[in-house]
Design a protein around this ligand. Structure first.
Ligand code: ADP
Ligand code: MG
Length: 152
């Protein structure tokens, strides 16, 4: 079982897409273990996107991600990190395959609606950046036996 961080970015919140996007992850069988609407500060943006800070486009990314509320959440599931990344599609909505979230709803390389951690180390680091341990709500949904076989 894996956990991953997602952010419904400010474009998703402003476009009134939170419900549709949450439904998509629920429909896939992923389990929400934490969720909050919050504002990303410039300091948090720099920590989250540390790998991109030297890039010429970083200032525009920071302006975007701090420009309105985000919905931060932790998702749990088998291979959740890869499953979520595959659901998002390629970084640019212009390149993302139809059927993916970015492919279906984004026409931008920046305003691509949803963030997902890109590996186990990133997931651990990003979950700790956005959530206190006490905010993670451990639970096993009663429907799990009808989502996958017991030995999966
Ligand atoms: P991903 O979110 O798919 O892991 P990256 O780690 O490459 O993508 O980039 C982080 C975020 O920065 C992207 O999701 C997107 O919002 C933004 N971004 C990526 N490339 C560019 C770019 N060339 N110009 C502006 N913003 C970008
Ligand atoms: Mg990335």
């Amino acid at each position: 079982m894996q956990r991953t961080l997602i952010l419904l970015k400010p474009d998703a919140v402003q476009r009134r897409m939170m419900g549709r996007l949450v439904t998509r992850f629920e429909d896939k069988g992923l389990n929400f273990v934490a969720m909050k609407l919050m504002r990303v500060t410039p300091e948090l943006a720099k920590q989250h996107y540390a790998e991109h800070i030297e890039k010429g486009w970083y200032p525009t990314l920071e302006a975007f991600i701090t420009g309105g509320p985000v919905l931060a959440a932790v998702l749990e599931g088998l291979e959740a990190i890869t499953v979520v990344r595959d659901m998002l599609g390629a970084t640019s909505g212009l390149a993302a395959a139809p059927g993916t979230i970015r492919g279906d709803y984004s026409s931008s390389r920046q305003m691509n609606l949803v963030h997902g951690s890109d590996g186990p180390e990133a997931a651990e680091r990003e979950i700790a950046l956005y959530f206190q341990a006490s905010e993670l709500c451990d639970h096993t949904p009663t429907i799990v036996p009808w989502l996958r076989a017991a030995d999966e």
